[in-house]
Design a protein around this ligand. Structure first.
Ligand code: XMP
Length: 516
C-alpha cells in the first residue's frame, strides 16, 4: 500500500453510487482523497496513514447476512471516521448500537433539526435541506454516540461520539440536494480530522509524476492519442513524468473532425515534442467501411481496424511494456462482492483490448480517480491549449456514426464542413462552454429546394446540441433562434450539396446523444 505523502482522507467504498462524489467533495476542500474497497485491512489503512476515513453508503442492509463489513481493527486506529447512510449503520452495529427497518423507506428531501452545535455541524443552519435515501435507520446509537440532529422522520440523523472519533449521518452530504453538505464534509475534514488544506492540481501532478516514475522505471510506455481530452491529458502527464520513454500513437482513421489531425500533430509533436507515431490510414478505414450502413457493423469495423493498426504501431515500439489509457472515474464501473472490492470494467471503446497475446502490456491509468472537469483542470495546469482541454466529447468511431447511411469520402467532407460551421457559430455566440456536446449528422435523405431560380435536390443535415452532467441523460439545448438561423443560412450557402438543415429536439432518453 502506498503511503500518502500529504494529508488525505480515505473513502471506503461499500458499493455506493456516490463514492466518487464523496472523494471529489473532499478534494474540493483541498485535501487529497482516494477510494478503496471496504475490504481493505486495518494494517493497510494504518500504513496509508490517512487523517480521516469516510465510510460510503451502499445498497445492502446491515441486517442481511453477509452484508459488507469493514475490518473491525479500523475502529482501533484512532483515526476519525465519518459514516454516510449505510456507513453510519455499519459503524452503529459494529459498536454496540442497533439498526432497524421501519415500515417505510425514506427517500427525498428532509430538513435538519439541529439539537446541538458541534464541530461537525459548525455553520450549518437548522432547517437546512438534506437528501435522504434509506430503508434502515439507527434505533440505538453506537456506544458513546450522541444524537446531534434529527429530521421529522428520522431521529438519529446525525450521531457523534467525539471521544471515540466516530461520526455518522443518515443523509447524503455529497449530493447537491443536501444544500450544506459540502460544509459538513469540510467540517469533518478540517475541524475533526485537522487535515491540512494543501492539495491542488499542482500537487496532484507532483504526486502522479513520482508515482509514474516509480512504476515505469526505465521502461517505455505506449499511449494511444485520440485528440480527445482524456488521452491528451494522459499523454501530457506521462511526458512530464518520463519524457522520451513515452511513445504516442495517433491513428488518423479519416473519420476525424475538420483540422483535428493537424491540431493533434501541432500540439503534441511541434509544441510538446512528444515521440509520436502517426498512422495516416484513412484509406484502410474507408475501404473497409465501403457500402456499410448498419450502425453496429460500422462500429465493429472501425474497432477491428483500429486494433489492427494499433497492433502494427505497437510492434514498431517494440520495447514498450506499459499501455497508458485515459480511463476516468465514471468509466470505471464499480461492483462490490462480499469477497472482493470494487472490480473495474472499462468501457469497450476506451480500451485497446483485443490485442494479440504476445503483445501483453501492463495497463497504466493515471486518471482513474478523476472526473472530467478535474481532468480539464489538470490539462490546463499541464499547459494544454483550451482548444484541446475544453473540446466537446467525440465518439471513438468518429464521423462514421454521424454520416448516417453509406460512408464515402465526399459525404464525410460535406459533414466536416457542416460540423465546422455549426461549431463556429456556437463559439461566436459564446455558447460553446455551456453545451455538453454539439454535433452534426448527414442524413441518408435528399430533399427538394430552391436556390436562385434553380430547383435543387440535395442532402439533408441535422444539428444537435445537448446539455448533460455525465452523458447518461441529456436534454436538447435551447438555442437563441438567431444562432440556429445563422448556422442554417451559412450551411446552405457555403456547403455544396446540402440544401436543408434540421435541429434535433430529442432528449436522452428516449434518444441517445449520437444518432447511431
Ligand atoms: P450516446 O450516443 O450513447 O453517447 O448517448 C453518450 C456519450 O458517449 C459518446 N459515445 C462514444 N464515445 N466511443 C466513444 O469514445 C463510442 O463508441 C461512443 N459512442 C458514443 C457520445 O459522443 C456521448 O458523449
Amino acid at each position: 500500500m502506498e503511503q500518502f505523502s500529504q494529508d488525505s482522507i480515505l473513502v471506503l467504498d461499500f458499493g455506493a453510487q456516490y463514492s466518487q462524489l464523496i472523494a471529489r467533495r473532499v478534494r474540493e476542500t483541498h485535501v487529497y482523497s482516494q477510494i478503496v474497497p471496504y475490504t481493505i485491512s486495518a494494517e493497510d489503512v494504518k500504513e496509508m496513514n490517512p487523517k480521516g476515513i469516510i465510510f460510503s453508503g451502499g445498497p445492502a442492509s446491515v441486517s442481511t447476512d453477509g452484508s459488507p463489513r469493514p475490518d473491525a481493527g479500523i475502529f482501533d486506529l484512532g483515526i476519525p471516521i465519518l459514516g454516510i447512510c449505510y456507513g453510519l449503520q455499519v459503524i452503529t452495529v459494529m459498536n454496540s448500537g442497533y439498526v432497524e427497518r421501519p415500515d417505510k423507506r425514506e427517500y427525498g428531501i428532509a430538513h435538519l433539526d439541529i439539537l446541538r452545535q458541534t464541530p461537525l455541524l459548525e455553520g450549518i443552519n437548522s432547517k437546512s435541506q438534506v437528501w435522504m435515501s434509506h430503508g434502515d435507520s439507527v434505533s440505538i446509537p453506537m456506544a458513546g454516540g450522541v444524537c446531534t440532529a434529527s429530521t421529522e422522520n428520522c431521529e438519529f440523523t446525525v450521531v457523534e461520539s467525539e471521544e471515540r472519533g466516530l461520526f455518522g449521518v443518515q443523509f447524503h452530504p455529497e449530493v447537491v440536494h443536501t444544500v450544506e453538505g459540502f460544509r459538513l464534509i469540510q467540517n469533518f475534514v478540517v475541524n475533526i480530522c485537522k487535515a491540512e488544506q494543501s492539495w491542488s492540481m499542482e500537487s496532484f501532478i507532483d504526486t502522479k509524476v513520482e508515482e509514474i516514475r516509480d512504476i515505469v522505471k526505465d521502461k517505455t510506455v505506449l499511449c494511444g492519442l485520440s485528440g480527445g481530452v482524456d488521452s491528451s491529458v494522459v499523454a501530457a502527464l506521462l511526458h512530464k513524468a518520463i519524457g522520451d520513454q513515452l511513445i504516442c500513437v495517433f491513428v488518423n482513421n479519416g473519420l476525424l473532425r475538420k483540422g483535428e489531425a493537424d491540431l493533434v500533430l501541432s500540439v503534441f509533436k511541434d509544441t510538446f515534442h512528444i515521440r509520436l507515431q502517426y498512422a495516416d490510414v484513412e484509406e484502410q478505414f474507408l475501404s473497409a467501411l465501403k457500402g456499410v450502413s448498419d450502425p453496429e457493423t460500422k462500429r465493429k469495423i472501425v474497432g477491428r481496424i483500429f486494433i489492427d493498426v494499433f497492433e502494427q504501431e505497437a510492434r514498431k515500439a517494440r520495447d514498450a511494456t506499459f499501455l497508458a489509457q485515459g480511463t476516468l472515474y465514471p468509466d470505471v464501473i464499480e461492483s462490490v462482492s462480499p469477497t472482493g472490492g470494487p472490480s473495474a470494467t472499462i468501457k469497450s471503446h476506451h480500451n485497446v483490448g483485443g490485442l494479440p497475446e504476445d503483445l501483453k502490456f501492463t495497463l497504466l491509468e493515471p486518471l482513474r480517480e478523476l472526473f472530467k472537469d478535474e481532468v480539464r483542470e489538470l490539462g490546463k495546469e499541464l499547459g494544454l491549449p483550451d482548444e484541446v482541454v475544453y473540446r466537446h466529447p467525440f465518439p471513438g468511431p468518429g464521423l462514421s456514426v454521424r454520416c448516417i447511411g453509406e460512408i464515402t469520402k465526399e459525404r464525410l467532407e460535406t459533414l466536416r464542413d457542416v460540423d465546422e460551421i455549426f461549431i463556429d457559430e456556437i463559439r461566436k455566440a459564446g455558447l460553446y462552454g455551456e453545451i455538453w456536446q454539439a454535433l452534426a449528422c448527414l442524413l441518408p435523405v435528399k430533399s427538394v429546394g430552391v436556390q436562385g431560380d434553380e430547383r435543387t435536390y440535395e442532402e439533408v443535415c441535422s444539428l444537435r446540441a445537448v446539455v448533460s452532467e455525465d452523458a447518461m441523460t441529456a436534454d436538447w439545448y435551447r438555442f437563441p433562434p438567431d444562432v440556429l438561423q445563422r448556422a442554417s443560412a451559412r450551411i446552405c450557402n457555403e456547403v455544396s450539396g446540402v440544401n436543408r438543415v434540421l435541429y434535433d429536439i430529442t432528449s436522452k432518453p428516449p434518444g441517445t446523444i449520437e444518432w447511431e
